[in-house]
Design a protein around this ligand. Structure first.
Ligand code: NAD
Length: 495
């Protein structure tokens, strides 16, 4: 493609990783791994199915039962996890390049955000694991009751393609740290870094069979994992549509615990008394266009109080040209390619629906860089959006901002909460009472006040309503991958 930096594309190994070994699908089938940067085929990837999932679950179960990992003292698992985190950073450039080629995000962010955050997450859970204590209940002297947290066993992990390494790390890190075995199914659209992560985990000292990766399509490789009778827990991040099926599959099989982190349509509310309009504009524009808009928590519904809307939009439009899509392999690019043709066409269909339902197109609205063979869409802003329009209700998962307006706090809370989703929200005002009142009234797992981009591994991440069940990140995530056990010990003759 034009302006393409001269670089050697690595040879990728698309085989699954089961029981410590790279392996073809049992029936030998593969699928093409296509780069959205320019349409080139990067490699062929194992198209795993039921037999491969069965083999991975057997390997994971065997490793769990013989205690090769969970039997280690927590301090030793900690050291291995930290080595794993270090190895990710040592291979940072290679992993970032792989991520960019595989799913189209700017290499600058793949390196600074994706690899660094995934490594930090693995390190954080590793460091935490030998600092957790169990409990003794306040029972009478005649008995002792221990309340202990034990690993659940075999954890199935299914993740999407938008932050492949981070989404995987948020689940595998706490699950592995407490001693579980894992079978990870990455998205068929971005399988390569997951495979490399599992190789680096082996190199770090996580024993064979403890961390397995099966590649392939959702219905072929994901469903067998969610339906498996010997998987104890399924941790899923992806769409609300598939998330609902995951809960059904858990119920249809062995009632495995199911944790789902799903879609969003997050409201970003700017009152006329916003303390710093420039900062609010930068956050509104920067957060919806970051990662090409392919973020579950992207603030895709912007509510601006009517009296300042024109001023706000004038400032916003000045920032848009900086987000013109460009080759994501160039170090200065901040808007890359969408993950594939399917996603690009979905986004273009939503743009068409915005136009046909009467929203006013202020910027973008077209496919870009068509002759590259890649999947690029212009950063797009619609004004005059109303809550009943499709682009205000449905998750687009692309660089499209819908601008709505409101008259007062009660009005905007009603509009903001009129969504099936409840992942994140933001409110901008200098009035502490209003900020607190609106933040409490918003039905969302995270509410930002006068900013949108704070994030840290120490805080829980997850949604209300149809944005899912359970929380990734923070010490709370350990709860997802542990069973609570009560052990009663009779004390016959207390002194
Ligand atoms: P998706 O639901 O299509 O796929 C997610 C994963 O599920 C993929 O690995 C896919 O292969 C697998 N899958 C698909 N069908 C399946 C089936 N029948 N059985 C088992 N597995 C199946 O989602 P996507 O397009 O990959 O990702 C985008 C979605 O992810 C968006 O809705 C986004 O909001 C959401 N997301 C949520 C969070 C969060 O933390 N809440 C984070 C990132 C992405």
């Amino acid at each position: 493609m034009s302006n393409s930096p001269v670089l050697e594309i690595p040879a990728f190994d698309g085989r699954a990783l089961i029981d410590g070994k790279r392996t073809h699908a049992k029936d030998g089938t593969v699928f093409d791994c296509v780069s959205p940067v320019d349409g080139r085929v990067l490699t062929q990837v194992a198209r795993c199915g039921q037999a491969d999932v069965d083999a991975a679950v057997v390997a994971a179960r065997t490793a769990f039962e013989d205690k090769r990992w969970r039997g280690l003292p927590p301090a030793q698992r900690k050291r291995v996890m930290i080595r794993f985190a270090d190895l990710l950073m040592q291979h940072r450039d290679q992993l970032a390049l792989t991520e960019t080629l595989d799913m189209g995000k700017p290499v600058k962010y793949a390196r600074a955000v994706d690899v660094a955050s995934a490594s930090n997450c693995i390190r954080w859970y590793g460091e935490a694991v030998d600092k957790r204590y169990d409990e003794i209940a306040p029972t009478p002297d005649t008995a002792l009751a221990l309340i202990t947290q034990e690993p659940v066993g075999v954890v199935g992990v299914i993740v999407p393609w938008n932050y492949p390494m981070i989404m995987a790390a948020w689940k595998i890190a706490p699950a592995l740290a407490v001693g579980n075995s894992v079978v990870l199914k990455p998205s068929e659209k971005s399988p390569l870094t997951a495979l490399r992560m599992a190789e680096l985990a082996l190199e770090a000292g996580i024993p064979a069979g403890v961390f397995n990766v099966v590649t392939g399509y959702g219905p072929e490789a994901g469903s067998p994992l969610a339906l498996h009778m010997d998987v104890d827990c399924i941790a899923f991040t992806g769409s609300t549509r598939v998330g609902k099926q995951i809960h059904v599959m858990a119920g249809q099989s062995n009632l495995k615990r199911a944790w789902t982190e799903l879609g969003g349509k997050s409201p970003n509310i700017v009152f006329a008394d916003c303390p710093d309009l420039d900062r609010a504009v930068e956050a509104a524009v920067g957060s919806i266009f970051f990662n090409q808009g392919e973020s579950c928590n992207a603030p895709s519904r912007l509510f601006v109080e009517a009296s300042i809307k024109d001023q706000f939009l004038e400032k916003a439009l000045k920032l848009v040209p900086a987000y013109a899509p460009a080759n994501p392999l160039l170090p200065e690019t901040i808007m890359g390619a969408l993950v594939d043709q399917i996603q690009m066409n979905t986004v273009l269909r939503y743009i068409a629906s915005g136009k046909s339902e009467g929203a006013k197109l202020l910027a973008g609205g077209e496919q870009a860089l068509i002759d590259t063979g890649g999947c690029y869409v212009q950063p797009t802003i619609f004004d005059g959006v109303t809550s009943d329009m499709t682009i205000a209700r449905e998750e687009i998962f692309g660089p499209v901002l819908s601008v709505l307006s409101f008259t007062d706090a009660a009005d905007v809370v009603r509009q903001a909460n009129a969504s099936v989703y409840g992942l994140q929200a933001a409110v901008w005002t200098r009035d502490l009472n209003k900020a607190h009142g609106v933040a409490r009234a918003l039905r969302a797992g995270t509410v930002h006040v006068n900013q949108y981009d704070e994030d840290d591994i120490t805080v829980p991440f997850g949604g209300f309503k149809q944005s899912g069940v359970g929380r990734d990140k923070s010490m709370h995530a350990f709860d997802k991958y542990t069973e609570t056990k009560t052990t009663w010990i009779r004390i016959d003759s207390p002194v």
